[in-house]
Design a binder for this molecule. Structure first.
Ligand code: GLU
Length: 316
């Protein structure tokens, strides 16, 4: 089903030349902390659609690094929902040198050794330090308005706290700008040291942070293209900096797509109990209706129904 020309957006027509040639890899990386909602479906449609239309493969990665919020029932539900929708991840050759993962095994909670080794690698450069500041401490040190990011002012950098697990770990960032070409938004420059300050990589409960885990994983899994929502745009510079510090020579390409928002402009979230795909499914919705709805809401088409097999046609 061809996309009506009137709805074809400029960035889609540039994809073919902007994506890697040959076999490339992207990922769908949900955190099993709630049921998938329409916003996740929009992300999944971009990931699968762009990959299937342009020769990429899709790794499913379970971002379950936050053990306090992840639940097995959410994980099972997301696997079921993807299958029901017809969005099938690729499996990867276990003998491949690029990774030894079958997609379902790509779960962050299994990667402790790998993250610890990456942290060691950074520590060998003398750029990791212990930090005992709580969020409350930081809020007092750098007053900032709700919903904005506090820049960590480096309070613990010079303290040389003894190397125990009692302390969180931060990586000292160099103050310089990182530039990248977003496949939808064009040229972007960010200076992570000014945005967030020294980056938290492990918290004081010894949990790895999203920023760190995702960089190690994208490197390990040979992810060439990261396709995700615009809410993560601010993270990209710091992820590029971390991946450079970890020795990645060819950074991934990035595409940040628009987010679905409520009429008041707030984003959909699991925390605010936005209607889950599961609820819509229980209420009788069919996969092609939900895919059609997600495509319309994301401005990708005006169809009532869309089959999984037709998603790639939205991205050519
Ligand atoms: N796990 C993240 C999320 O569910 C996505 C991470 C990413 O795409 O970099 O929002």
């Amino acid at each position: 089903m061809p996309t009506p020309a009137s709805l074809r957006t400029q960035w889609i027509s540039t994809l073919e030349n902007a994506l890697p040639e040959g076999d490339w890899r992207t990922r769908f990386a949900p955190a099993p902390t709630g049921f998938l909602h329409l916003g996740h479906l929009v992300n999944a449609m971009h990931v699968w659609g762009i990959a299937r239309a342009h020769g990429g493969r899709v790794l499913l990665r379970l971002e379950d690094h936050d053990r306090t919020r992840c639940r097995p029932e959410y994980e099972q539900a997301l696997l079921d929902d993807l299958e029901w929708l017809g969005l099938t991840p690729d499996t990867f050759d276990t003998t491949s040198f690029r990774n030894n993962l079958v997609s379902h095994d790509a779960r962050q909670s299994n990667q402790h050794m790998r993250y610890a080794a990456a942290l060691q690698q950074l520590a060998a450069h003398g750029i990791v330090y212990g930090c005992r500041c709580t969020r409350k401490d930081i809020a007092q040190q750098v007053p900032h308005s709700a919903g904005t990011e506090a820049r960590y002012p480096g309070t613990c950098r010079a303290l040389q706290l003894s190397d125990t697990d009692t302390y969180a770990k931060r990586v000292q960032l160099e103050t310089r700008a990182f530039h990248f070409h977003d496949l939808r938004l064009g040229a972007i420059g960010q200076t992570p040291a000014d945005q967030c300050g020294d980056l938290l990589v492990r918290d004081r409960h010894a949990q790895w942070t999203y920023q760190f885990a995702v960089v190690v994983d994208d490197m390990t899994h040979g992810v060439d293209v990261v396709i995700r929502g615009e809410d993560l745009l601010e993270s990209t510079g710091r992820q590029l900096q971390l991946s450079e510090l970890l020795g990645r020579t060819t950074p991934p390409r990035f595409l940040h797509h628009t987010l679905l928002v409520h009429p008041d402009g707030s984003k959909l979230s699991k925390a605010t109990h936005d209607t889950s795909l599961r609820d819509m499914r229980t209420a009788g919705a069919r996969p092609d209706e939900l895919l059609g709805l997600a495509a319309r809401r994301a401005g990708l088409g005006d169809m009532q129904r869309l089959s999984a097999a037709d998603i790639p046609s939205l991205f050519v």
